[in-house]
Every structure is written in structure tokens, then in C-alpha cells.
Write a new protein. Structure first.
Ligand SMILES: [Zn+2]
Length: 197
């Protein structure tokens, strides 16, 4: 799985301002807040368009880079943390199980307050956005497997080719699982409607 694709997918799914508020406890008003990176007390950080920029310390970037800077993580750790904390289901959780549990519980509570039909529709929508990200990765991996395949047997293996091959089954397995879950939810929705008649 390529870092840049993964980062882009996560940036699409996690709003920067939401992540800043959640992780730092700062409130953002009119896309401005105190900079949590250098811990300044003026409203020095801009957060519009899913990008942050601090006029004092010049920290800047997207939501993944924010998590890297704020928690002092490397790139993959930051992706993993966002994946866990926002329950994106993109790859196995290993970073912060406790945060993931809190989020899962609050999501379960939210779902419990909805009607059955609403809850199922909500789950289907969440599933669709995750599925979209997997589609993008599968496409990227397929392209890499063609573009960077070894020119002759026993030839040198391109790192990008090796990476795509390594993830291929895993990506497909996860997409199959998502499809099964999708059909299960669709079925539940249909049965629910029949019961209501
Ligand atoms: Zn700053």
C-alpha cells in the first residue's frame, strides 16, 4: 500500500478541523485557532481548506502531517492512528486500541439512538466510503504490478512491484469482506421493510 495514496484517502475521510479539535481540545472559530504545535496563545494557526498553517512557527500540512507533528509520529504511525481513532477500517489497528474502543463505543451509542432503518443506512454509507478508498488502492496496486513488473525472469524486482504484490491478496480479501457486509446490510434493510408492512 503506497503511503501517498493512503494519506490522500485518509485526508478525504477525516476533516482536519475535527481532528485538531478532538486531539488538542482547542476550539476552532472562523478557521483560526491557537497553534497546538508551538503552543502559542494567539490565533496563529489557519485551518481552511483542510490545510493548517501557523504564522509563527510555520508548521503546515494536511491532517496526517498534523498528527505527525503533534504526536511526533512517523508517517505510517500517523496514518495508523487516524485509521484507528476514526475507525476507518483501512488496515489492521495496532497503534492505539484504547482510543479505538472509546470511538467504537460512542459510535455504537449513536447507532443505538437511531431507528433500525436509519442505523442500517448509516452503516451502508460508512461502508461505501471505505470501499471507495480500497478501490483506489486496488487500482493503484494493479497499475504498479503492470508498470513495474520485472522485465525478464530473474531480473531485478522493483520495490513498487514487490509492494503491490505483497498487498494484493490482502486488499482483495478486505474488499470481499466489505461486499459481503454490504449485501448483508442491504438484505436487512429489505427484510426490515417487509416486516413493517
Ligand atoms: Zn505554531
Amino acid at each position: 500500500m503506497r503511503f501517498r495514496d493512503t494519506m490522500n484517502a485518509i485526508c478525504d475521510m477525516v476533516p482536519l478541523e475535527d481532528a485538531i479539535e478532538r486531539y488538542t481540545g482547542h476550539r476552532i472559530r472562523n478557521h483560526r485557532t491557537n497553534c497546538p504545535i508551538h503552543e502559542g496563545d494567539g490565533q496563529n494557526m489557519r485551518t481552511d481548506n483542510n490545510i493548517f498553517y501557523c504564522y509563527v512557527c510555520h508548521a503546515h500540512g494536511n491532517v496526517v502531517q498534523f498528527v505527525q507533528e503533534y504526536f511526533r509520529l512517523d508517517g505510517w504511525q500517523a496514518l495508523s492512528k487516524l485509521n484507528t481513532d476514526y475507525d476507518l477500517g483501512l488496515f489492521p489497528h495496532y497503534y492505539d486500541e484504547k482510543a479505538a474502543k472509546i470511538l467504537r463505543d460512542s459510535r455504537a451509542r449513536r447507532l443505538a439512538e437511531m431507528s433500525r432503518e436509519e442505523a442500517i443506512k448509516h452503516q451502508i454509507a460508512a461502508l461505501s466510503s471505505v470501499y471507495g478508498a480500497w478501490c483506489a488502492w486496488r487500482r493503484g496496486a494493479a497499475e504498479d504490478m503492470i508498470k513495474y513488473r520485472p522485465k525478464d525472469p530473474g531480473g531485478e524486482i522493483d520495490e513498487r512491484y514487490a509492494e503491490a504484490v505483497k498487498w494484493w491478496d490482502y486488499i482483495n480479501y478486505n474488499m470481499d469482506e466489505l461486499e459481503l457486509e454490504f449485501f448483508r446490510l442491504k438484505g436487512e434493510l429489505r427484510n426490515g421493510r417487509k416486516d413493517a408492512c
